[in-house]
Ligand binder design. Structure first.
Ligand SMILES: [Fe+2]
Length: 439
């Protein structure tokens, strides 16, 4: 068993995230896949992984609903008792909420009676959830508290006498929170979130989520006609950044000739792309960068005026962190966002962006974060390039499922590198992926 399955089979360690809740037992079983990975290993990615429905089905079970923590939302989105918001784990609808005791709970958006997705509102405040179909009612801990006609009508019908309400609550997920970020898992045997991230990744996570209260700034979302992994890989691929993105290259926001590095955790599940901002100046290292526009001017240069808020935490001005399997923590200059990957089918996902700042930001800082947010999101000056390329990539890989990608930039290894001219984090991702999927 790989290190990625740390904690599997071991007793759940006692800690602040083990609240001793009653967990639904995981009894899902998985057959071995029929597909074979190329003999070259992680320096090749077979294109069938991006479109095969069987592969997708298996991913939803063993990756998203398996031994993983999935980002679901921020605590600042549900500040008051009764606040709830819908979210997703892979393609499974869930709800995160704050109960009457102030605890954060995450439940499957699936009635225990007939499987109905009972919560329709994107967010709201409530004291209970009522399924529209037969009005089974649940409290904010997921407990079943009402079954209409349970004792029948005029002595006829009703549930059997031995029907136990406590056996038919909502599926309650294991929850872990840190720095105002909420993660959940369908697997009740998960170790702590800290063990899951490991020390190296935790340090980067805590850099942004340093204990200050977060302030929600807004959302954007986009439906993409591509496989979810194409997006996850995109954020583990610094090689493209200096070549594809006019904005990153021209303004030196993230560029191969400035100090940068790629780091992974021991398993390859998580990674960071780290860089230090350069200048809008052509030089020796920019010759290969066709996207470089040395004379590109902004009508309002304020948009990119940085404020050195990260200076006390190192010299990096960009840290993009990918947390297996569905989260990208975005820190580019002063714009902060959680990007959540919601899968919908083998060739469709939604990218859900939650922009945030800190409660102690002044108005000017909030404005700065919002201005810089124009780089990101569905129509972002940077991200729009990725969106276009994601769909173009899908159009190639889904029509040629028996071909394969060559992933050899920076060598064939999966080690950290003090530069961004590498695809090492993609190889590290597939090292773990192959292991988990059983290829
Ligand atoms: Fe990109």
């Amino acid at each position: 068993m790989s290190e990625g399955a740390r904690g599997a089979g071991r007793p759940v360690p006692a800690g602040p995230f083990d609240r001793g809740r009653e967990m639904a037992s995981v009894t899902r079983t998985h057959n071995q896949p029929a597909r074979k990975w190329p003999a070259e290993g992680v320096s090749r990615v077979p294109y069938w992984v991006y479109s095969d429905p069987e592969v997708y089905k298996r991913e939803m079970e063993v990756i998203f609903a398996g031994h993983s923590y999935n980002y679901v939302g921020l605590e600042c989105e549900i500040p008051n008792p009764g606040d709830y918001r819908r979210s997703f784990i892979g393609d499974k609808p869930v709800i995160f909420l704050r109960d009457g005791d102030g605890e954060v709970n995450v439940v499957a958006n699936r009635c225990a009676h007939r499987g109905v997705k009972f919560c329709y509102a994107e967010h709201g405040n409530t004291s209970e959830f009522i399924c529209p179909y037969h009005q089974w009612t649940y409290d904010l801990k997921g407990k079943l508290i009402g079954v209409p006609f349970r004792r029948g009508v005029k002595g006829r019908g009703g549930m059997p006498k031995d029907f136990k309400m406590e056996d038919h609550g909502l599926e309650v997920l294991k929850v872990a929170t840190r720095g105002g970020v909420i993660f959940a898992s369908f697997d009740p045997t998960m170790p702590s979130l800290e063990d899951y991230l490991g020390d190296k990744m935790l340090r980067y996570f805590d850099r942004v989520f340093d204990g200050r209260k977060l302030k929600l700034l807004g959302y954007s979302r986009q439906r993409m006609r591509s496989n979810w992994k194409v997006k996850f890989e995109n954020l583990k691929d610094p090689y493209h950044a200096s070549l594809l993105h006019v904005f990153l290259v021209s303004f030196g926001l993230f560029r191969a000739d400035t100090p940068s590095r790629t780091e992974m955790d021991a398993t390859g599940m998580h990674a960071v792309q780290v860089a230090q901002r350069g200048e809008q100046k052509a030089g020796e290292g920019t010759a290969d960068m066709r996207a470089m526009m040395a004379d590109l001017k902004l009508a309002n240069p304020e948009m990119l005026q940085p404020y050195p808020e990260w200076a006390s935490k190192g010299d990096e001005t960009v840290v993009m962190q990918t947390v297996w399997p569905n989260l990208i923590v975005q820190q580019q200059s002063n714009t902060l966002a959680m990007r959540q990957i919601r899968a919908f089918s083998p060739e469709e996902y939604e990218l859900h962006w939650t922009f945030f700042g800190y409660e102690d930001d002044d108005q000017e800082m909030t404005l700065r974060r919002l201005r810089q947010a124009n780089l990101m999101g569905p129509a972002g000056y940077v991200s729009v390039d990725d969106s276009e390329v994601m769909e173009s990539a899908q159009s190639g890989v889904s029509r040629f499922p028996n071909e394969e990608a060559v992933v050899e930039m920076g060598g064939r290894g999966t080690e950290d590198t003090p530069h961004m001219v590498t695809e090492g984090a993609i190889r590290a991702f597939y090292k773990h992926y192959i292991d988990v999927m059983g290829f």
